[in-house]
Design a protein around this ligand. Sequence first.
Ligand code: BES
Ligand code: MN
Ligand code: MN
Length: 462
Amino acid sequence: MSVNQFIQDHKERFLNELLDLLRIPSVSADPKFKDEVFRAANFVKESLIKAGADTAEICETAGYPIVYGEKIIDPDLPTVLVYGHYDVQPADPYELWDSPPFEPVIKKTKTHPEGAIFARGSADDKGQFYMHVKAFEAMMGAGELPCNVKFMIEGEEEVGSDNLDKFVIENKEKLKSDVILISDTHMISMQDPSITVGLRGMAYMEVEVTGSNRDLHSGTYGGAVANPINVLCSMIASMKDENEHITIPGFYEKVQELTAEQRGRLNEAPFDLEEYKSKLDINEVHGEKGYTTIERVGIRPTLDVNGIWGGYTGEGAKTVLPSKAYAKISMRLVPDQDWKEIAKLFEDHFKSIAPASVKVKVKSHHGGAPAVVSDSSIGYQAAEAAMEETFGKRPIPTREGGSIPIVALFQKELGSDPILFGFGLDTDALHSPNEHYGVQNYFIGIETIAAFFRHFRKLSEA
Ligand code: BES
Ligand code: MN
Ligand code: MN
């Protein structure tokens, strides 16, 4: 039986098993879900065993475990290492979901006429890494596994992968492979398959601005004592100029500028600005002057407030001059910016622009390095050939705005450029209410991954 026949014959089960995984609320950010995160790890381990792995183990870390599994058919054959994450983003705000986030339902949409699975983690990343488990199962079931395979599925990606570096550094031999596959990104569309070759890095900061030592009556003191919320807002506003250029001194120092030719090629990717605007219901896009939308997210760094709070936000009106104001601010970075350097530049700058009327505290949360991977390695060629086979069209290389810090870690520690083999769409509502993943994307992903294994084996032997 062929691999594709096996997939066809087990379609319903392959889908139902993913739905079972999606029912586990493995939210790594919220300690309330601790047991569920562990339960998801176990589910992954069991799935690997059932799919035919020789071994699958739960590797404890200081945080949530990493699930490792492998099938070595012949040490002389090439080995594929699959990375993914079983943890998910918090589902808040729950009231904005049309159906409960951990009770997956399949519904037809305009972009997914054949149905999409609505659940937190469906696209990011359960639905995507699970394609690899099922592709492996199908290759085993058909008796056609062309390469050795190793799985490393972690549970802390959405909170910065704090314990992964150590695991990778301490287990280089175990993780040894000829190519690394990661399905945790988008493609342009079902009609325009693409392979991601660039991801942005990140430096995530939190600031606290304190005015008076207690909340004050805004009439008695207003106008005479600094309001930390007002101050914080002007400080934030000053960090970008009228061209949306970031004003932190030294911020752009290490930013790699692309040649006109490279930029031209990047902008050849199909992109419809009107459709982009209409899908987001915005009248105009907004960003750094002199760059297209594709460039603004793909090759340019940015700074954004993710949340800002302080003072009175309850019902009705309360007159108060608050004592404190807070904001969470992230910066998306591009090669060769170093997140620790950028975090320091931010901190120094933020302190330097604070007026004497307030005190400020700056804290650096997690960060991660940007990455650009090869678009000509054997792995990339195999991915290209596999997509061409299943989509009937040669995929194009793209650069995406999101971050997967592990990519740079793999490059540095394992000396390998991962293949960013994502099958989601940018409209899948990652991290948002009503996250979904196309049923068709799931199955074409499984077939394409199996095709990758065939092509990779063939190209490795050439
Ligand atoms: N899968 C995403 C990253 C992603 C999304 C890459 C879309 C490309 C396109 C990943 O799970 C994620 O959310 N990463 C975080 C980074 C992190 C350090 C918490 C992100 O990008 O915000
Ligand atoms: Mn992800
Ligand atoms: Mn994510």
